[in-house]
Design a binder for this molecule. Structure first.
Ligand code: NIG
Ligand code: FE
Length: 400
């Protein structure tokens, strides 16, 4: 499909060959050819060959690359709103998990759901993510913790991908917590994850993730699982330094993980190691907000030269948050990023955290994934945190 989006008041391109971090073009137009960008520039300079295309005038609105939500657990069954209320009344996340709640409660519900039920529980959520501008979403498994349910989660991700025009990047998180059958024999669970379970999913995922933290897996267990991933040519992304400092960030850097996520307790040495390794830091300010904890200091990461992404971490326990505009606002209001840095981290940063180089830059040849705001500048995304500013999503050139 060919389309020209015109009368764009402010176009965020993320194109390094243009001005500033966001490569903003004022009074712009974008020409789209069969799902990819054909041309970008000032509206008056639109080449003659594009003038016969269908025109979509956006009346002075801001247009940005589609958001890349690079860390989610958005496929799950069950309901943990009662746990949230218990946390507000003083229970800790670790206490709830120790009592068989937390992740284990979602595991029971996800195991008990049929594929159809799992799709029906997750599809409305991911639809809201999409209509709020997320055009690429990473989704982790990790609420199965047995082979059949981990595979069922991948089947659910596939079914959702078939009905929604969103790109999904599945990640295997068998090492979310130790499977409930193995709490007395965690070594066997680690062997299962690094062996038969990984074999059962390896063809269907790009990444393997491990929750490396005090309440989950040790650095040694994480290294073992990461090595199993590397031997199957899978990329590694890790949950690290969320609840305390255990050395996971240094491990992520030392094995060349594509991303290290959370990082609330990362040290300055950890940041240096991430820079040297080229590992992207995925910061999750919605988790801190929902857990009523101090937000990750995005300023510190940015100033240290770390490549920063921000994501929702949408999950039923620590951040039931669906929209990237809210995260962009939190990143600016609580994590010390400028509005431009927050927007970059939600688009280009997210793509880099998933090793994707074909999107989140509006330049010829890149995927035509765009969002149109009901606002004249991208700053409105930080200035107006309660959302609703995304009026239209263009996915691979199709206006949805
Ligand atoms: O990213 N850290 C581990 N996993 C999720 C929480 C999952 C849950 O509570 O269901 C997170 O915070
Ligand atoms: Fe997570």
């Amino acid at each position: 499909m060919s389309l020209v989006i015109t009368d764009i008041g402010q176009l965020v391109t993320n194109d390094e060959t243009r001005n500033g971090l966001l490569g903003v073009v004022e009074d712009a137009a974008v020409a789209i050819d069969a799902g990819t960008i054909g041309w970008v520039g000032a509206r008056d300079d639109l080449p003659a060959e594009y003038r016969s295309y269908e025109m979509l005038s956006v009346g002075g609105s801001a247009v940005l690359p589609g958001f890349v939500d690079s860390h989610t657990h958005a496929v799950f069954a069950g309901d943990r709103s009662h746990e949230f209320a218990m946390r507000l009344a003083g229970a800790t996340y670790e206490e709830l998990q120790g009592a068989g709640g937390g992740i284990y409660s979602t595991v029971r519900a996800t195991r008990g759901a049929t594929l159809d039920e799992l799709v029906h529980a997750s599809l409305p959520r991911i639809t809201r993510m999409f209509t709020n501008g997320t055009t690429t979403i990473e989704v982790k498994t990790g609420y199965g913790l047995d082979i059949a349910t981990e595979v069922k989660m991948l089947d659910a991700i596939d079914e959702i991908c078939n009905v929604l025009p969103i790109d999904t990047i599945p990640t295997f998180l068998g090492a979310h917590v130790v499977g409930p059958e193995f709490t007395e024999d965690r070594g066997s669970y680690v062997d299962l994850v690094a062996g038969d379970m990984m074999d059962a999913v390896a063809e269907r995922v790009a990444f393997v993730d491990v929750f490396c933290d005090e309440a989950a897996f040790t650095v040694d267990e994480t290294r073992w699982i990461a090595e199993a991933a590397r031997s199957r040519d899978l990329g590694v992304r890790l949950h690290v330094e969320q609840l305390g400092h255990t050395g996971g960030a240094a491990l992520a850097a030392s094995i060349g993980a594509v991303s290290a996520d959370h990082l609330d307790h990362a040290t300055d040495e950890d940041l240096d190691a991430l820079v040297r390794a080229g590992t992207v830091a995925v910061l999750l300010p919605g988790v801190s907000y929902s857990m009523r904890e101090p937000a990750p200091d995005g300023r510190r990461f940015w100033d240290a030269g770390v490549t920063v992404a921000i994501a929702t971490d949408c999950n039923p326990g620590t951040a039931y948050i669906e929209t990237m505009p809210f995260i962009i606002s939190l990143a600016a209001l609580t994590s010390g990023l400028t509005p431009a840095e927050a927007v970059w981290s939600a688009t280009r940063g997210g793509a880099l955290a998933l090793g994707l180089h074909d999107r989140a830059v509006l330049a010829p040849g890149m995927l035509a994934d765009l969002v149109i705001l009901d606002a004249p500048t991208y700053e409105h995304l930080t200035y107006r945190p309660d959302g609703g500013l995304v009026t239209q999503v263009i996915k691979r050139g199709i206006a949805v």
